[in-house]
Design a protein around this ligand. Structure first.
Ligand code: ADE
Length: 231
């Protein structure tokens, strides 16, 4: 999978993309991530990417730099591109978008290329929303100062689901939100920490019982912390 990010702050991405699981996934060739500076696609001497809103209001991101960026990345004009090309998706990050959750993240695994547009929150010309983006994503009902962190959240939760990125021992199969359940409790050494003991069943070596206990705990924890998931 190739992920292209378009942003005015490319440097914000490097610390996140060059560590841990994402770094490993890139090194293994399982994902290729290109970060593009939006200003490079802006015409004019001053490389301006925004302008005052028509009517009234503050500054708004202009459409051309985003359209040009996507065209250069794809190597073809946007107009000739059927809006939803089967294996490519242009995603705009905005608080108006569809709220991201584990189920919707998985749907993006089928694409060969994702182009992520991460504007600042000040606002983007409506033509980018309507005619360039295939979809809009929000990472939650709050306002960030820009789409950069949202794009990084998206890249992180998607990359770890790409087959081969996370090893079997760290499996992504038994974790929170699978089967609409939160994760079960985990314990490690020591057995007795300041008088706080590890549940007996986990020391029993009885795998069937351990499995049953974990499921029961996951259901109880979900009931208590996120009853909405069980509805
Ligand atoms: N840009 C500003 N706020 C955002 C949010 N909650 N999700 C995605 N992009 C955003």
């Amino acid at each position: 999978m190739t992920i292209d990010v378009v942003t005015i702050f490319p440097r914000m991405f490097f610390p996140v993309l060059d560590e841990s699981i994402i770094k490993r996934a890139k090194a293994k060739g399982l994902v290729k991530i290109n970060v593009h500076d939006l200003r490079k696609f802006s015409q004019g001497k001053h490389k301006k990417v925004d302008a005052p809103a028509y009517g009234s209001g503050g500054m708004v991101f202009r459409p051309e730099p985003f359209f040009t960026a996507v065209e250069e990345i794809l190597g073809e004009p946007v107009r000739s591109r059927p809006k939803s090309q089967a294996l490519r998706r242009v995603i705009l990050f905005s608080p108006q978008g569809r709220r991201l959750d584990q189920k919707s993240v998985k749907k993006f695994l089928k694409y060969e290329q994702l182009i992520l547009l991460a504007p600042r929150y000040e606002g983007v010309d409506e033509r980018v929303h309507k005619y360039l983006a295939d979809e809009e994503i929000s990472i939650g009902d709050y306002v960030l100062s820009g789409g950069e962190l949202a794009a990084m959240v998206f890249i992180d939760c998607l990359t770890r689901l790409i087959p081969g990125v996370v090893s079997d021992s760290e499996s992504v199969k038994n974790e929170s939100f699978e089967n609409n359940l939160l994760d079960f409790p985990h314990y490690t050494r020591p057995e007795n920490f300041r008088g706080l003991k590890v549940p007996e069943v986990l020391l029993s070596g009885n795998h069937k019982k351990i499995k049953e206990w974990r499921l029961k705990q996951a259901v109880e924890i979900t009931k208590k912390k996120r009853p909405d998931l069980l509805k």
